[in-house]
Design a protein around this ligand. Structure first.
Ligand SMILES: [Zn+2]
Length: 255
């Protein structure tokens, strides 16, 4: 009770604003106002809908929690370009639930956040994929390995490139710090956004090249094709958790 009074008093003198629409927050709201939090919810897939359907040559399976649309876009923009890493907390619970569903269905030897290059790290002071991984790792069984995968150099912009050109563009962008730990292993790559998939695919290629038997990918959000948008937004938002069916292999998975 004392804590509630204390927080009310702090808000009175230091009012907090929603990080997306800048409306003044009510006492029970945190980081986002109710409207923006609701709009964020609309972008999340029910667990059985979260499989990324595109095929990536070296990835076995991929999942993403949200469509990469507004207001999630603004949220991640704030994380990456305004240094507001705390905004990732708004996605914490749902991301933990999805990661638990993914990792309870299959054994992974490690979770590997996709590294960023040194220049970006100096500019940003953090890697958002690592923050995301550290946020969910305490609730997962597979260990988090922050240093196994490293970025060798930055990747030039991919936007104007074809699928084949993107693969060439990212080729050799990663290196393994200890390749001996990879052979025979299963790994779950983790990143904030899946856009073209070329970066995730290249990391998976390197791991497979060194003998990994399975590489999956989990993203907070992924870009969606315009024709897919309507389907996502019309999907039942609160579908009960149940047995989902993997669209890339014949096995059904409990999610
Ligand atoms: Zn708002």
């Amino acid at each position: 009770m004392f804590r509630q009074y204390q927080e009310a008093l702090i808000r009175l003198f230091y009012p907090a604003a929603c990080e997306i629409c800048h409306a003044m927050l009510h006492l029970e709201e945190n980081i986002l106002c109710r409207d923006c939090a609701g709009r964020l919810d609309v972008l999340s897939w029910p667990m059985e809908e979260t499989l990324v359907e595109e095929r990536f040559e070296h990835l076995d399976h991929a999942w993403a929690l949200y469509a990469y649309e507004s207001p999630l876009k603004e949220l991640l923009h704030g994380v990456k370009y305004a240094g507001k890493d705390y905004l990732l907390k708004t996605c914490r619970e749902k991301m933990i639930r999805l990661a638990q569903a993914v990792t309870s269905d299959f054994w992974y030897d490690a979770i590997l956040p996709i590294p960023i290059d040194r220049l970006k790290l100096v500019k940003r002071h953090f890697n958002q994929a690592e923050i995301l991984a550290e946020m969910i790792a305490p609730w997962l069984t597979p260990p988090l390995r922050l240093s196994l995968l490293a970025k060798r150099h930055s990747i030039p912009s991919q936007t104007a490139l074809t699928r084949e050109e993107r693969a060439i563009n990212v080729y050799g962008a990663f290196r393994l710090k200890d390749p001996r730990r990879v052979a025979g292993g299963s790994f779950l790559l983790l990143d904030d956004v899946l856009t073209t998939g070329a970066t995730a695919n290249e990391a998976a290629r390197l791991l497979k090249h060194h003998g990994a038997k399975r590489v999956d990918f989990l993203a907070l959000a992924r870009t969606v094709a315009p024709e897919e948008k309507n389907r996502i937004l019309s999907v039942a938002l609160r579908a009960p958790l149940g047995r989902g069916h993997c669209k890339q292999c014949p096995h059904a998975k409990t999610v």
